[in-house]
Design a protein around this ligand. Structure first.
Ligand code: OAD
Ligand code: ZN
Length: 255
């Protein structure tokens, strides 16, 4: 009898346009805290004080201090086997795009090419008045940082509560979701929209939903396959099974 992970490998191999949706859980094994759950950021901090446009107008220094702490943590972290497994799946031609809610750069550093960052990028600072943006390779020296162009405040390049998602990324997300015949959902609680609606779009078009999470989430009820466990352990195993299948097929052809 095939185990669920082997059935997932079959489904991925048969898919024509597989996409992935990732959340904070995929970076947890890199030492980056998630938002919800036991040690989640939203357990210790109030989003209303740190991650809204109003919070930034009230106290830009405090908001920047919090983002600077997160930036330092991300710069010190490395991609984990889950990030690498998804990059390999893309190289194999199976995975076509990753839509991530994460603002870290661990998918990029693992080698993923077609990455859609729908909640922005914490390593970019952008001007609150003009179009100036700056890549950050360390937290800004002076907080809050100012625009060298126009003198206005720079803000973190992330999406805050109450803000719309970036149009280019949102368009790319829906184009990919409308092409997908399968989606791999990794490490997200599935409570923040519109990200959480992407698996449903794929499902409603007849595609399959695979979820990898250490515990059931809001997505689990629509998942065709739920593999419970750490992304950094499950995804490399999945790659290994897929590789074995491909090798067997090759051997069968006498190659
Ligand atoms: P959450 O913190 O809400 O959820 C993290 C999910 O990852 C949970 O379902 C965990 O069970 C799971 N998880 C934790 N460790 C894992 C591991 N090692 N392997 C697999 N799964 C694991 O994070 P998100 O769903 O990403 O938004 O949160 C969505 C959005 O809410 C974030 O992008 C952020 C936040 O507020 C903005 O900042 C706009
Ligand atoms: Zn400016």
């Amino acid at each position: 009898m095939k185990r669920p992970i082997e059935l997932v490998a079959d489904a991925l191999l048969k898919s024509k346009y597989l996409i992935a949706l990732t959340g904070a859980g995929i970076s947890a094994e890199s030492g980056i805290p998630t938002f919800r759950g036991k040690n989640g950021l939203w357990r210790k901090f109030r989003a209303e004080d740190l991650a809204t446009p109003e919070a930034f107008s009230r106290n830009p220094k405090l908001v920047w201090e919090w983002y600077s702490w997160r930036i330092s943590m991300i710069l010190k972290a490395d991609p984990n086997p889950a990030h690498y497994a998804l990059a390999i799946l893309e190289d194999m031609g199976i995975l076509k795009a990753i839509i991530t809610q994460n603002v870290d750069d661990l998918h990029e550093r693992a080698g993923t090419k077609n990455l859609i960052k729908i909640h922005g990028d914490i390593l970019t600072a952008k001007c609150t008045s003009c179009r100036y943006t700056k890549k950050l390779d360390s937290p800004p020296n002076e907080l809050p940082p100012k625009c060298p162009n126009c003198g206005s405040l720079l803000r973190p390049g992330v999406v805050w509560f109450g803000e719309p998602l970036p149009k280019k990324e949102l368009d790319a997300t829906f184009i990919n979701a409308s092409k997908a015949d399968g989606i791999l959902v990794v490490g997200t609680s599935g409570v923040v929209y519109p990200a959480a609606s992407i698996p449903l779009i794929v499902k409603e078009r007849g595609g399959f939903v695979v979820e990898v999470n250490i515990k059931p989430s809001n997505i689990t009820q629509i998942a065709d396959f739920f593999i419970q466990g750490k992304a950094g352990e499950i995804l490399p195993r999945l790659i290994q099974i897929i590789n074995n299948r491909l090798n067997v097929d090759r051997d069968d052809r006498g190659g």
